[in-house]
Design a protein around this ligand. Sequence first.
Ligand SMILES: Cc1cc2nc3c(=O)[nH]c(=O)nc-3n(C[C@H](O)[C@H](O)[C@H](O)COP(=O)(O)OP(=O)(O)OC[C@H]3O[C@@H](n4cnc5c(N)ncnc54)[C@H](O)[C@@H]3O)c2cc1C
Length: 287
Amino acid sequence: MFPSSFDYVAARSVEEAVAAKAGAGDDARVLAGGQSLIPMMKMRLAAPAQLVDINRVPGLDALERTNGQLRVGALVRHADIARSDLAFGAIASAAPWISDPLVRNLGTLCGSVAHCDPEGDWNSVLLATGADVVARGPSGERTIPITDFVVDFFTNALRDDEMVTEVRIPVPNGRSGGSYQKLERKVGDYATVAVAAHLELGGTGAIARAGVALTAVVPKNTKVTAAENVLVGNHPSTELFEEAAELAAQASEPRDDVRGSAEWKRNVVRVFTRRALTAAAAQAQQG
Ligand SMILES: Cc1cc2nc3c(=O)[nH]c(=O)nc-3n(C[C@H](O)[C@H](O)[C@H](O)COP(=O)(O)OP(=O)(O)OC[C@H]3O[C@@H](n4cnc5c(N)ncnc54)[C@H](O)[C@@H]3O)c2cc1C
């Protein structure tokens, strides 16, 4: 199928992209990897009047660790993260699970974050690790915690005249670990069920910070605060992880579909949460 007609702007700077977007209001969309936007336009699920292509904007492809943060620019592709030594914990664990090599070579983490697809993997990883999204508009830059950025099903907190320039993920300075457990029907698919886990240990070996988030079994990527609260202050153990896994299963809202029954998916959440926490703890304990 062919998309509706649209105007096309190839921005050469963030300022130019923001100005083009501001000029077209809610009829403009940023084009990054195009791996979600172009299929949606072809299926006429999206019909923006203007595309603002950011692929020629210098500097947006930076992936670096500075000031205790992993900074992921708006043109960093999934594949860049999968092969980077800078990725850690749940980030390194999730990157190879995003679709297939073709999509990973073009799609971007920031595009995925902006898209807010509840079956998308990155927002759960960012909720578990406590990331921030940096947005730029005509009046400057603002930093939005990922918990506020993910508003709803395919809905983010950006204003019409803003774009995402980067995502900042805090790099733990103590012992930490993370894992992303994903069940897909076949290689390259979106998740049927996925769970992100992130743990940081204090000096005594007790859990000082915990992040658990769910993909595909909730209307939007969701942080399981009840499970995180149970984990913090306690030492990693099978019983503790089973308790957290039960809370994650209770927080999930799966539906019956061709991929499985709601009851079965809830059990996968339980098993995957336990596995993700066990893997995260083992990584943290190895230092
Ligand atoms: C066959 C297939 C399988 C896939 N499987 C998976 C999977 O298993 N897991 C997964 O997580 N994803 C999957 N995806 C989606 C893929 O990861 C996309 O790359 C991602 O969702 C969007 O990134 P993008 O750079 O391609 O964004 P685009 O398609 O260019 O844009 C997507 C949306 O985000 C907006 N946007 C993009 N960048 C910005 C920005 N910097 N600022 C503001 N708005 C922005 C666009 O305007 C658009 O609304 C799959 C896609 C395909 C085609």
